[in-house]
Design a protein around this ligand. Structure first.
Ligand code: SAM
Length: 266
């Protein structure tokens, strides 16, 4: 099938189209599309990834906000019965409506960089909808999403996202692989659901503690959390009150939230 032409890019929609077939193949290789799959593609653009996805005969649901691109895609794939397109903004899209069709969606996208973080934070809370997600986004955000305790990029985003999903860093993509070239480096990451999310009752404290701890990340926890938690409670959770926000693992934040709930109640 002939490829769609690359149009003049709309910057406000984060349009950087992939033009590197090797990178396209690498991304598709990660998701390993099968004809039995249900796949959501976010921002298909000019179909760089879509072309390979439709060939597998998987059920494809694409969500593209740009009206011109959506029209081109609908024309281009008019004969493909397994291809469906919503000309919608993914940020306003009712994701729950997709659950009727499958709860094992594979979600893929070379994401518009301006919405990547809020979109991912929303998708990780819909863990019962998908079995795998593969995204390309700014390298800096990819590093933050996958960072472990003690790493330079470790922060609130790493913790809040990794509490909801297993996230792994796959590979980097150079600006030269896109048209137009973005100003930043990109990277591909993979999400897998966490089956046994523990203690949802601690969610509120967990969020508050992480937020407070990182608001003053250079301070000791005893100091940064003092408006919420007495130092004794930190000790009872078997956490050193002199440690700093970036040194605690997610399991330790969970332990601290649980102890806080036990002592302070709801
Ligand atoms: N998938 C194509 C590729 O790899 O070449 C295009 C990727 S481009 C980085 C991002 C795409 O997302 C563009 O097609 C853009 O129009 C679309 N997009 C931007 N904001 C969107 C939104 N809020 N909802 C759905 N699509 C969006």
């Amino acid at each position: 099938m002939k490829r769609l032409a690359i149009p003049r890019a709309k910057k406000r929609l984060g349009q950087n189209f992939l033009i590197d077939d090797y990178v396209v193949a690498q991304i598709i290789q990660l998701i390993k599309p099968q004809h039995t799959d249900h796949i959501i593609e976010i921002g298909p653009g000019t179909g760089a990834l879509t072309d390979l996805l439709v060939r597998t005969k998987a059920e494809i649901t694409a969500i593209e906000v740009d009206r011109d691109l959506a029209r081109n895609l609908l024309e281009h794939y008019a004969n493909i019965a397994t291809f469906k397109l919503h000309n919608s903004d993914i940020m306003n899209f009712d994701l729950g409506s997709l659950r009727e069709q499958s709860t094992e969606w594979k979600i893929i996208g070379n994401l518009p960089y301006n919405i990547a973080t809020p979109l991912i934070m929303n998708l990780v809370t819909h863990g019962s909808l998908w079995s795998e997600m593969i995204f390309m986004l700014q390298k800096e955000v990819a590093l933050r999403l996958t960072a472990k305790a003690g790493a330079r990029s470790y922060g609130r985003l790493s913790i809040m996202a990794q509490r909801q999903a297993h996230i792994s860093y796959k590979f980097e993509v150079n600006a030269a692989s896109f048209s137009p070239q973005p100003k930043v480096q990109s990277a591909v990451i993979r999400f897998q659901p966490i089956d046994d999310k523990k203690n949802p009752e601690i969610d509120v404290y967990f969020e508050k503690i992480v937020r407070l701890a990182f608001a003053t990340r250079r301070k000791t926890l005893a100091n940064s959390l003092k408006s919420l938690i007495p130092t004794d409670v930190i000790k009872h959770a078997e956490i050193d009150p002199k440690s700093r926000a970036e040194n605690l693992t997610i399991a330790e934040y969970e332990r601290l939230a649980l102890k806080t709930l036990e002592v302070l109640g709801h």
